[in-house]
Design a protein around this ligand. Structure first.
Ligand SMILES: Nc1nc2c(ncn2[C@@H]2O[C@H](COP(=O)(O)OP(=O)(O)OP(=O)(O)O)[C@@H](O)[C@H]2O)c(=O)[nH]1
Ligand SMILES: [Mg+2]
Length: 543
């Protein structure tokens, strides 16, 4: 029993076992088939499922887009970000907000404070739960480390953080159901089985403006923090020293090591910033906002007004908006992507390259990287998207780099990689080749180009360059639809970053025309040429 348990724990979070590998010949090129190690036996996974359930903290989905199809089309820049859960879609959206609407971004930074505090408190409660003698779900024989008095004292003194978590969850999600369930799953009295044993639980709330609107709505006019906020911050503030002591405690570190849990690498990790983020006058920095984790539920539309300095000719603030749809990447959410496919200008697809050694939260038998490739193939082969430009962001390159440097062997999980160098450059090139080949092979429109980038979405500077490229690309696309410039001209100059200057000149020219044109906004009057096509069928995806 004990052995099976240990093996099971290993399999659930590192599901690809050396012993069960089944290498298949694969090659990059006409028919890319990356091969992944074979997964754990189903009965073992079934058994594990019983032990380690993911906390279900999701609230109801947001309502659908308030804009009509025509309104969506009339928006200047329309794009959808797709990709697996936790691939960084919302983080790219935050980068876009920071890039195009910095004043809005900074004004909203304060709203992220409860989320950051919740991320912190959840990490602490996760550790406390792990230390709890009643955390019976742990099957590791080494998991019963004796706790000394200092740890027992910490468990006792940090207990009020449970109620802070409940209160913050309620404030952000606005759902009592979520709170009840969540409260159950994070309660130290409940069995360890409610936890994903390798991960601090996350909160899933209405994406973007949904929860922000709720927080704004609940605040008294003119008052920066609600009484609950103040109370929560006081409790966190009073616990700062104990949180730091807990995190540095050797027993805690040993316990995490034994359980193979790396909290540091998980989204929403703020345990090393406790002092700073719990200060009375703390205002989240852009970096903090980018690192904060809220999982997205349901597609949500975001209008990002381009601030005037980015748009020559619109200094008075009449600039066009970017309309971005942030979608949930969880499997259950993917069906909702399809409704946007017939109106978008570009699709930004995010693939988390660091996930090569992880399994899907929804299905522990599926490798996350393999799932990303499958999703990419589906997006590429979708006929509705035949004329939609695809931007591929191979994201989390920093985590990939750290993993490879720490000695994790890429070829152990992607067996077709064989004995190529275990280095970031070689691995990322391999992955890029894989994604490119999939696009080439499955695209219904052979002339369509994809635009790949290696990204680290929490690096604002590097991401700004990518966003600028996306902006130029969309502009070219918009221009080619308007017939202002001969399409050969656009094609000649499109897709060459070196010609950014040319794009900018066109951009200025069109915006000037748009603002001066006596017949009203030029771009809005141009009918969209893409014919209306039948809705995307999700069922086809399962094939
Ligand atoms: N280190 C690192 N962290 C990243 C990167 N991109 C995103 N993250 C973090 O990963 C976490 C998940 O990112 P999100 O943007 O919420 O992921 P998502 O794709 O929107 O996920 P869902 O909403 O669940 O579909 C966040 O805490 C981000 O800060 C990256 O390139 N490097
Ligand atoms: Mg998201």
């Amino acid at each position: 029993m004990e052995d099976l348990g240990r093996a099971g724990r290993f399999v659930q979070w590192r599901i690809f076992r050396e012993a069960e590998r089944r290498p298949i010949n694969a090659s990059i090129g006409a028919k890319p088939i990356p091969t992944f190690s074979k997964c754990a036996p189903p009965e073992l996974i079934q058994r594990l499922r019983g032990h380690h359930q993911f906390p279900q903290t999701k609230t109801t989905t947001t309502g659908m887009s308030g804009l009509s199809r025509r309104e969506r089309q009339n928006g200047f820049f329309v794009n959808v970000r797709t990709g697996q859960a936790e691939s960084g879609k919302s983080t790219i959206l935050k980068n876009m907000q920071l890039h195009f609407s910095p004043s809005v971004f900074h004004a909203e930074a304060e709203l992220w404070r409860p989320v950051i505090h919740l991320n912190l408190v959840r990490s602490v409660n996760f550790i406390l739960n792990l230390l709890s003698p009643r955390s019976s779900g742990s099957t590791s024989p080494t998991s019963t480390l004796p706790l000394d008095d200092s740890v027992r004292r910490l468990i006792f003194s940090l207990a009020p953080l449970k109620s802070v978590e409940t209160s913050l969850t309620q404030r952000i999600s606005g759902s009592t159901n979520t709170v009840n369930h969540d409260h159950k799953s994070t309660n130290i009295d409940t069995p360890y089985a409610h936890y994903n044993p390798a991960k601090a639980p996350e909160i899933a709330v209405r994406s973007g403006a949904g929860w922000k609107g709720l927080l704004k709505f609940r605040r008294q006019p003119g008052v920066l923090s609600s009484p609950e906020d103040i109370q929560n911050r006081r409790i966190i503030n009073a616990c700062v020293d104990d949180i730091i002591t807990l995190w540095k405690n050797p027993i805690v570190q040993e316990k995490l090591r034994q359980e193979e849990i790396s909290l540091k690498d998980q989204p929403g990790f703020f345990l090393e910033d406790v002092q700073r983020i719990s200060a009375e006058e703390y205002l989240p920095t852009p970096d903090d906002v980018l690192r904060a984790r809220v999982s997205t539920i349901g597609p949500e539309e975001h209008r990002i007004p381009m601030e005037s300095k980015f748009i020559p000719g619109f200094e008075n603030g009449n600039g066009k908006d970017w309309i971005v749809y942030d979608v949930g990447g969880d499997r259950s959410q993917r069906a909702a992507w399809a409704q946007f496919f017939d109106t978008v200008t570009v699709i930004i697809f995010l693939a988390p390259v660091s996930a090569f050694n992880q399994a899907l939260a929804e299905d522990e038998t599926v490798n996350r990287l393999a799932d990303s490739m499958k999703l990419w193939r589906m997006i590429c082969s979708n006929k509705l998207l035949a004329s939609v430009d695809l931007i591929l962001l191979l994201n989390k390159i920093d985590i990939l780099d750290a993993q490879l440097k720490a000695g994790v062997q890429f070829s152990k999980y992607v067996t077709s990689y064989r004995d190529k160098p275990n280095e970031t450059e070689a691995v990322s090139k391999y992955l890029l080749d894989m994604f490119t080949a999939l696009h080439k092979q499955h695209s219904p429109n052979k002339r369509r180009k994809m635009h790949p980038h290696l990204t680290c979405a929490i690096d604002t500077k590097a991401t700004a360059t990518v966003i600028t490229h996306i902006q130029e690309l969309i502009l070219i696309k918009t221009l080619s639809q308007t017939n202002i410039f001969p399409s050969t001209f656009i094609h000649l100059h499109g897709n060459h970053l070196a010609n950014a200057y040319v794009y900018k000149m066109i951009f200025i020219c069109v915006l000037w025309l748009n603002s001066r044109c006596a017949f009203g906004p030029l771009i809005q009057r141009i009918p969209v040429r893409r014919p209306c096509r039948p809705r995307f069928q999700y069922r086809n995806w399962a094939k």
